[in-house]
Every structure is written in C-alpha cells, then in structure tokens.
Design a protein around this ligand. Structure first.
Ligand code: PMP
Length: 286
C-alpha cells in the first residue's frame, strides 16, 4: 500500500523515521483513524478538527489547515483504492526528531507526519439476529487523567485491552475509582435501560469519540429515541438492558456478555437495532 511520510508518497514497507523521533522515544504525538467505505469517509472533518485541537493542546506546531488535511487523506485513499472497499486511514503527527533525547519541547523541529491505509471490516448488518456480539470484562481505569487527548502514547490502553484479550473477551470496559463508567480501552460506551440510552459525559476521563458524537447528533436529529449524557455507575451498567461500544472501526457494537454474565436477556437489544439504523442512514452526512 501507499503511505505518506513528511510530504512524500511511498510504499508502506519503505517508510522510515529516525529513532530519535519523539513519537518513538516518548509517544509524543497525536493520531487519528478515519473510516472510508467505498471512498466515502465517515466524520472526516470532525476527526481532523479533533486532531488539530489535540496538536494545539500539546503545542505541536503543524501548519496544515483542515482543508489541506482533507485533501491529503482523500488523496491517499484514492491512491489505495485497489486495497479494497473498506479502508481505515491512520494519521500520526509526532513532535519530530531532535538531535538528542531530552524532555523539553524542542524549538525549530519539524513534526513528523505519517499516514497509511489499512483494511477494515464491512459494516455490520442492521439486524439484531446477525450482528457480531461482543463480550467484555470490566476493570478499573488505570490510564492517565488526560484521556481526552488522542495521544499516540497508548500503553495504558494497550495494557487494559490485553487484560480483556487474555481472558478471552473482546474488550475491557473501564470504570474510575468512584465506580463510574468511563469507556472501553479502544472505544466509547453506551448503556440502555427501559428504552433510555445513556453515555458518560465528555470530560478528561474519555476520548471525545467521533462515532459517539455522530450517534448523539443523529439520534437527536431523528428524535424517536431518548438519549442522555450523564454519569453512569457500574451498578447501572450491570443492571442495563443493553450495552454498546462504539468506535470508528466498530461503529455501534452490541455487547451481550459482561464479566461472563449475560447483558439484559443475553441477546442483542431492540434499541441497538433502531439506533444503528438511524446511525447507518446518516453517517455519511458527518
Ligand atoms: N476511546 C478510545 C480510548 C479510543 O481509542 C477510541 C478509538 N480509537 C474511541 C474511544 C472511539 O473514538 P472514535 O469514535 O473517534 O473512533
């Protein structure tokens, strides 16, 4: 596949960066993953805006405008058309390579910009009897207190993901020291109780997920389902009729098992199907 590195296009296997790159040494960078289905992106501008905000938050001076990013990413996807219908674009901007390893932000160093495409799965069917079901384990969220920044330093997330993976689950569902739901190790989380959908508020404990945003906005515009952003306790999660996890690659994935116990009646919920239909009908508008 064709990747982009610092202004040049090249085969992915040929892309090279310095071992002094601060992305490599410190995880000092910001990243994004944007889904494209048959060349059409979902949430491209919100993803770009989140990345620009993240770069500003950690003072990485990347001068590309939102429109320039859009042009670059659409162009990269077009160049990789032969890879398949469903592509994720990984975008990574690190603080760049200095002449030595030291902590302060260096002056006059060009950020490293690296993008490549990878295959993602077909969208799931809007059918509660056919969709892939997820099994989660819950664990205390021991990441840092800046989870709203989409940092390339993902060790905290990777450790939590592995906890789920090594116990045979698909994801780890995280809660804070007060027993309140935060998110998954690589996704946001929603619950449904008595027909009402809820998701944790957007603060420093979670990534402001673009899929989460598209769900909230499309459900509000549709108006047929009730949805709330609020604090959610793990007691509520364990008592929920439905649990969903959401991300750019999973879209809205129904969870039917938590810590080895069935969620609700153990089947995929009706509200999931309604919400996923609404999301699917409007996802390309974002
Ligand atoms: N939270 C975390 C920790 C994530 O890594 C991700 C996806 N990478 C998400 C939430 C979901 O974000 P999005 O919907 O923008 O993919």
């Amino acid at each position: 596949s064709i990747s982009f590195l610092n202004g040049d296009y090249m085969p992915l296997e040929e892309a090279r960066i310095s071992p002094l790159d601060r992305g490599f040494l410190f995880g000092d960078g910001i990243y994004e993953v944007i889904p494209y289905y048959k060349g059409k992106s979902v949430g491209l501008m919100p993803h770009i805006e989140r990345m620009i905000n993240g770069l500003a938050a950690i003072e990485i001076k990347c001068t590309k405008t939102a429109d320039e990013w859009k042009e670059l990413l659409d162009d990269l996807v077009a160049r990789n058309e032969s890879m398949g219908d469903n592509l994720g674009v990984y975008v990574h901007v690190s603080r760049g390579a200095d002449v030595k390893r030291y902590h302060p932000y260096p002056e006059g160093v060009e950020p490293t910009v690296f993008c490549f495409c990878f295959n993602i799965k077909d969208p799931e069917p809007v059918d509660r009897t056919k969709v892939t079901q997820y099994s989660l384990v819950s664990t205390e969220d021991l990441r840092w207190q800046r989870c709203h920044i989409k940092s390339t330093a993902l060790l905290g997330n990777v450790i939590h993901f592995q906890e789920g993976y090594s116990s045979g689950a698909d994801e780890a569902l995280l809660y804070n020291a007060n027993g309140e739901l935060t998110e998954g190790s690589s996704c946001n989380a929603f619950i449904v109780k008595d027909g009402i959908i809820a998701t944790p508020i957007q603060d420093n404990q979670i990534l402001p997920g673009i899929t989460r945003r598209i769900i909230l906005d499309s459900l509000k515009a549709d108006g047929s389902l009730q949805v709330e952003e609020r604090t959610i306790t793990m007691d509520e999660v364990r008592d929920a009729d439905e649990i969903w996890i959401t991300s750019s690659s999973k879209e809205i994935a129904p969870v039917t098992k938590l810590d080895g116990k069935p969620v609700g009646d153990g089947s995929v919920g009706e509200i999931w199907e309604k919400a996923f239909a609404i999301y699917t009908a409007s996802k390309y508008d974002f």
